[in-house]
Write a protein that binds this ligand. Structure first.
Ligand SMILES: Nc1ncnc2c1ncn2[C@@H]1O[C@H](COP(=O)(O)OP(=O)(O)OP(=O)(O)O)[C@@H](O)[C@H]1O
Length: 327
């Protein structure tokens, strides 16, 4: 594979990253760009190719084609230099059930040739503290709840300082309290400067935790950017109810909009028109200028609203499905 020329401000970059399983294309030529310092949500329904992508990014499975750069280094050729800088939780590590949480972490740390043995005990204690498992450090893992095992997995990824954390569905199977704890942990890690790449099939979770997101649908990357960018992917509508629908349409047309009208029996008609933006934040036609032009033309306004489709509606439109579905 020809290396990607790494962009310095990107923690992860892929070009044309593809994975085939026989006839099936699980990941189809994705170009990811994960800025350093971001909390990057990798969002998509079950089976859309998130885990397979993460496994390729970490060198756990070979890509069929495409290029990858992680922390400015080509992958998988620089795997041994890159991996010590990356903490990962992918499909939960296999813990020894009859060892305690702390003993499990010490075992994983011993197996890591980059981990200094002198500081092992302190680092294990700190990692357990970080994920709120100090009280259960001596408890055998078979007595851990799913949420505790998940947090132990994150503690394992935190045994050493990391520039990048990759977490595959870290809140899967957690109760609401556990979910909140993982979310706040991710935020505090990000505040310390760690880039966090986190996959999820839950839009609400990504909205609460992430600064950026990419949306996968059936192996394809259908959108990517800051959450603010993604919120403005769809159509914003002005909608008003008026007995003077024809006059309202005339005013909106003169302002460069393309209005349409819906008649409702026994009520005033609705007039609506898509609004355009010159920047992500800015509508070309401000609501107040629309209202004053309508009022100046004698249009009686009985209701007026600017409707932004929710992020959920936009993502459903992008992926053709919801996010809670299990396939
Ligand atoms: N080892 C494999 N052999 C054959 N097909 C596979 C293999 N691993 C994944 N797939 C298929 O590739 C597609 C993408 O799976 P992947 O696990 O990457 O999706 P995902 O978005 O992570 O979903 P989930 O959240 O359910 O893990 C699925 O159709 C899956 O069945």
């Amino acid at each position: 594979m020809t290396p990607v020329t790494p962009a310095l401000d990107l923690a992860i970059e892929s070009r044309g990253l593809t994975k085939r399983f026989g006839e099936q294309i699980a990941v189809n030529a994705i170009d990811l760009a994960v800025p350093r310092g971001s909390v990057f949500g990798f969002l998509g329904p079950n089976g859309s190719g998130k885990t397979t992508s993460i496994r390729m990014l970490l060198g756990l499975t070979q890509a069929t084609s495409g290029q990858i750069s992680v922390l400015g280094q080509d992958m998988p050729s620089r795997l041994h230099e890159v991996l010590p800088r990356v903490g990962a939780l992918v499909e939960g590590p296999a813990f020894y059930p009859f060892l305690s949480g702390a003993a499990n972490l010490r075992r994983f740390d011993t197996a890591d040739r980059h981990a200094p043995s002198r500081t092992r005990r302190v680092r294990v204690d700190e990692a357990l503290h970080r994920v709120g498992l100090t009280h259960a450090a001596g408890k055998k893992v078979h007595a851990y709840s799913l949420g505790m095992k998940q947090r132990l997995g994150i503690a394992n990824a935190l045994l050493q300082p990391r520039e990048l954390l990759m977490l595959d569905e870290p809140t899967n199977g957690l109760d609401p309290q556990g979910t909140r704890e993982v979310r706040s942990l991710v935020r505090s890690l990000a505040a310390e400067g760690t880039t966090v790449f986190v996959s999820s099939h839950l839009l609400a979770e990504v909205e609460q935790m992430c600064t950026h997101a990419a949306v996968m649908s059936a192996g394809t990357l259908v959108a990517q950017g800051t959450l603010a960018d993604l919120r403005h992917v769809g159509e914003t509508l002005v909608r008003l109810r008026t007995p003077d629908a024809a006059a309202a349409q005339g005013v909106l047309s003169r302002l460069g909009l393309v209005p349409r009208r819906t008649d409702v029996p026994d009520e005033d008609p609705w007039v609506m028109a898509p609004l355009e933006r010159d920047t992500v934040e800015n509508l070309i036609n401000e609501p107040e200028s629309l209202v004053s032009a309508l009022v100046a033309a004698g249009v009686r306004i009985r209701a007026f609203s600017i409707e932004e489709p929710s992020l959920e509606e936009r993502f459903v439109a992008l992926t053709g499905e919801g996010f809670d579905v299990v396939q």
